[in-house]
Design a protein around this ligand. Structure first.
Ligand code: AMP
Ligand code: MG
Length: 412
C-alpha cells in the first residue's frame, strides 16, 4: 500500500466527519459549559456597556470648557456607580464621577482626579470648585455605550470553545443558559491476547494494557466524554460484539492494536466486514498504520497498537476528527516555532518524524530537546515530552535550526 502524506490522510478523515450528524445540542448553565463548544451564535440583546460611563475616578466635564488648562469649574453633582445622574451640565460646570458611573448629560469627557486640584469645598469630601490642570478632548476616559458589543452583535460565534472569559461574557449578556454541543461520547477498546489489566500479574510474554487508559485520559484532556469498552481478546466474535455495542451507545469509537499486518490482527478483519473503512499507511513515524471509517454513522478510529504510535495517532487524527465532530471550528493544534537545542538527526525514509521533545525557554529562545528513546514502544520518553517536534524527511535538523513543535496537553 502506498504511503499517503499526513495532510492528505487527515483530510480524508475530516471530510468524512463533516458529512456526519455530529453531537447533540443541549442547553446548559454557563458554569457547566467550560470546554464545550457553542452550538449557536450568542448575540448581545442590549449594547455592552449599556450606557456611556467613566473609565476613571475624576470629574465629568464639557470638553469645550477644558480645551486649555488650567481652568476652574463648579462641581454641581457627584455620580456614584449604580446611580442615575439626574443632572445636565451647563457651561463651566462639572460633576464628580466614579469609575463605571453614568456620564451625565452635557458631559462628553472625564478628567482624572490626578489631573485636578480642589479649590473650594462645601464640607469635608464635598468639592465645590475644582481646578482642571490638564486640557481634555471629547471622549477622554469615557467608555461609550456599545463599544464592547453593540446591540445585536455576535458576542460568541457558534463553534467557539467556551472558556472562563466566555462565562463572564454570558453573564454580562444576562444569559443563564447557553446552547452547546454535547461532548462526544468516545468508546475506547484495546485488543491483544498479550495484554493484561494494570492491576494483574504479568505472565510469560504478557505486557500491561497501557493504551486504553491512556486513550481514555487523552479523551478527557481533550474535552470528550470517555467510555471504557474494555480489553478485548484477539477473537473475532468478541471484537465484533464490543464494536457493535460501542457503536450503538457512543458518538465515536477508538480501537488500539490489531490494524497492521500481523496474523492476529482481528480488529482489521472485523472492521473490514462491519464498517466502511479507509485503511492507510501514513508517511509518518511513529503511527504509520491508521484506519478511519464508520460503523453505520458512528466514526471509528483504528489506531496502531504500539503505545507511542497510539498516542501520536490520537493527536494527529482522532483529536482533530473528534473536535470536528464536536463542532469546533479550530480542530488542529496550533504549532509553535522552537529552535533545536540539540541535533535532531534522522535518516531519509519518506516519512515525517514526530519527535518527542521537552521545551525550555532559555533567554527568550524556546529550545526543543528530545526526551529519550524514540522507539514506538518507548512510552517513557513520550510521558516526559511537552510536544512533538516535526522533523521533515531528510537528514534531520542540526542544533540551532528552527523546528515546528505541536504542543501536547497540558500546553504550557
Ligand atoms: P498490534 O498492532 O496489535 O500488532 O500491536 C503492536 C504492538 O503494540 C505490539 O507490541 C503490542 O503488544 C503492542 N500493544 C498493542 N496494544 C497495546 C496496548 N493496549 N497496550 C500496550 N501495548 C499494546
Ligand atoms: Mg495485537
Amino acid at each position: 500500500m502506498a504511503l499517503v502524506d499526513y495532510e492528505h490522510a487527515l483530510g480524508r478523515v475530516l471530510e468524512r466527519i463533516r458529512a456526519l450528524p455530529g453531537t447533540t445540542k443541549l442547553q446548559v448553565a454557563p458554569l457547566d459549559a467550560v470546554g464545550l463548544v457553542a452550538a449557536s451564535d450568542v448575540t448581545a440583546g442590549d449594547p455592552v456597556p449599556p450606557f456611556d460611563n467613566s473609565a476613571v475616578d475624576g470629574f465629568a466635564v464639557r470638553a469645550a470648557d477644558v480645551t486649555s488648562a488650567p481652568v476652574d469649574l463648579e462641581v454641581v453633582a457627584t455620580v456614584a456607580a449604580g446611580t442615575d445622574p439626574r443632572v445636565e451640565l451647563a457651561a463651566g460646570e462639572c460633576a464628580r464621577i466614579m469609575t463605571g458611573a453614568v456620564v451625565p448629560h452635557g458631559a462628553d469627557a472625564v478628567v482624572m482626579v490626578e489631573d485636578t486640584e480642589l479649590v473650594d469645598e462645601a464640607g469635608p469630601g464635598t468639592p465645590r470648585r475644582v481646578r482642571v490642570k490638564r486640557s481634555a478632548v471629547a471622549g477622554d476616559h469615557v467608555r461609550p455605550l456599545g463599544d464592547d458589543l453593540p446591540a445585536g452583535a455576535v458576542g460568541i460565534p457558534a463553534g467557539t470553545e467556551l472558556r472562563p472569559a466566555h462565562v463572564g461574557l454570558l453573564a454580562t449578556l444576562g444569559r443563564t443558559r447557553v446552547e452547546v454541543r454535547a461532548a462526544p461520547r468516545v468508546g475506547v477498546l484495546s485488543t491483544g491476547d498479550e495484554l493484561v489489566e494494570p492491576g494483574r500479574r504479568i505472565g510469560p510474554g504478557q505486557i500491561r494494557d497501557s493504551n486504553r487508559q491512556m486513550l481514555l485520559s487523552l479523551c478527557t484532556a481533550a474535552g470528550f466524554d470517555p467510555v471504557d469498552l474494555g480489553l478485548v481478546a484477539d477473537e473475532e466474535a468478541a471484537i465484533e460484539r464490543v464494536l457493535q455495542q460501542g457503536a450503538s451507545r457512543c458518538d465515536a469509537l477508538i480501537t488500539s492494536g490489531g490494524v497492521s499486518m500481523g496474523d492476529f490482527d482481528y480488529v482489521k478483519a472485523v472492521l473490514g466486514r462491519i464498517a466502511d473503512m479507509d485503511w492507510m499507511q501514513v508517511a509518518i513515524k511513529p503511527a504509520k498504520p491508521f484506519a478511519f471509517g464508520t460503523i453505520g454513522r458512528t466514526p471509528v478510529f483504528g489506531l496502531p497498537g504500539n503505545p507511542v504510535s497510539s498516542l501520536v495517532s490520537f493527536e494527529l487524527f482522532a483529536r482533530p476528527g473528534l473536535r470536528m465532530l464536536s463542532g469546533h471550528t479550530c480542530t488542529r493544534r496550533v504549532p509553535v516555532t522552537a529552535v533545536a537545542g540539540e541535533d535532531l538527526r534522522r535518516r531519509r525514509d519518506g516519512k515525517v518524524h514526530f519527535v518527542r521533545v521537552w521545551l525550555t525557554n532559555e533567554d527568550g529562545t524556546l529550545l526543543a530537546r528530545t526526551t529519550g528513546g524514540q522507539g514506538s514502544h518507548q512510552l517513557a520518553a513520550s510521558a516526559a515530552a511537552q510536544g512533538l517536534a516535526v522533523v521533515p524527511d531528510g537528514e534531520g535538523l542540526g542544533r540551532g535550526s528552527r523546528v515546528e513543535v505541536l504542543l501536547l496537553d497540558p500546553a504550557p
